[in-house]
Ligand binder design. Structure first.
Ligand code: FAD
Length: 324
């Protein structure tokens, strides 16, 4: 295996790409968005800066700890807190560190990009395979060839089906069992300072409100900038509601945290937020030639840690099968 294409520049894709590149494989990453990070997403709205996808991460395994330590040493990650307030305002310290990106969560992905060939604004729209390898149709309808392919998007099965690729019944059923909850995020610039309790997050864990965070207290925004996440049921119900209705309903629910004097709101719909059906292995591997691996946070374990460990395991599997 001399070359590999990775679809998706979220954490799974970037870790897979780095691991392959470090082993001497020529890697190209295609990302449909204009920036890297996927669900690690930091955006500016007026003067406010918002993490509105993943809010923080925890470390459970030694393998991930080793990787996260390199991010901390590089200054892109630091501990945020060891617990948040709940909806009653009570602080829930449990001794487990929660980590944040010092400049927001996207900055962790930007740190991983260095030295990699990553093409943003390049949506992969078709896949073709023959004995010689993979052809990927991306962005400006250019064709890219490689010996191996890594698919990380939550919608990978759709892409495979639209490309007319056949899968064995076992693989298809494994991929069909993966499902995601949606999450509607509202980014709010309150007229006042907001009233999110220290250290800047409230873990409500329900519907319609799931989570509220103050990005000023978090240390990534210079002005009050509050992220509201709706719960999965409410998000599913309101996925097609208009922005004005979504903002109005969630601001009413969150008025204890944001006040009633609001300067600006912006809505973002996460169609794929957190996986609810998880494949038990860290990847699904399809033997070549040419080989194909599916990976991401729905394989072997969810969240930031799950995505990283899945991307790593997928790359290691490809290297092992190629005898590298
Ligand atoms: C609202 C929200 C809150 C969350 N909160 C937390 C949290 O607090 N803690 C935690 O640990 N985790 C949290 N998560 C989950 C965490 O963000 C994910 O588990 C992790 O970022 C997933 O990484 P990934 O690489 O598997 O997938 P993704 O980040 O989704 O990466 C897939 C990439 O593929 C790209 N892509 C899709 N289709 C194509 C295509 N056709 N061509 C090219 N590119 C394509 C996408 O744009 C994306 O960049 C949260 C997620 C959301 C949405």
């Amino acid at each position: 295996m001399q070359s590999c294409t990775v679809v998706g520049a979220g954490l799974a894709g970037l870790i897979a790409a780095r691991t392959l590149e470090e082993a001497g494989v020529r890697v190209t990453v295609f990302e449909k968005e204009e920036k890297v990070g996927g669900r690690m997403r930091t955006d500016a709205v007026q003067d406010g800066v918002f993490d509105h996808g993943a809010q923080f991460f925890t470390i459970r395994s030694d393998r991930f700890e080793e990787i996260a330590r390199t991010w901390i040493s590089a200054g892109v990650v630091e501990e945020w807190t060891r617990g948040f307030a709940d909806s009653s305002g009570e602080q829930r310290e449990d001794g487990h560190p929660r980590y944040r990106g010092t400049q927001g969560m996207t900055a962790i992905a930007e740190h991983l990009v260095s030295g990699l060939d990553v093409r943003t604004g390049a949506e992969v729209s078709g896949l073709y395979r023959d004995e010689q390898g993979w052809q990927v149709f991306a962005g400006d309808s250019s064709t890219h060839r490689s010996d191996a392919l890594v698919l990380t998007p939550p919608s990978s099965l759709k892409l495979v089906d639209e490309s007319g690729l056949s899968l064995t019944p076992g693989t298809r059923s494994a991929l069909e069992n993966i499902a995601y909850d949606p999450c509607i995020a509202v980014m709010v610039i309150p007229g006042g300072s907001g009233a999110v309790p220290e250290p800047g997050g409230v873990q409500i864990g329900g519907d319609p409100l799931f989570w509220v965070a103050d990005n000023l207290q978090k240390g990534i925004s210079d002005v009050p900038a509050v992220t509201i996440h709706a719960g999965p049921e409410w998000s599913r119900e309101h996925l097609h509601s208009d922005d004005e209705a979504i903002s109005r309903l969630l601001l009413e629910e969150a008025k204890d945290y944001v006040g009633t004097n609001i300067e600006t709101t912006a809505v973002y719909r996460w169609r794929y937020s957190q996986p609810v059906g998880i494949h038990e292995e860290r990847f699904v591997y399809i033997e070549g030639p040419p080989p194909l691996v599916f990976c991401g946070d729905a394989y072997g374990g969810p969240k930031v840690e799950g995505a990283v460990l899945s991307g790593l395991a997928a790359a290691e599997k490809l290297l092992q099968r190629a005898g590298v």
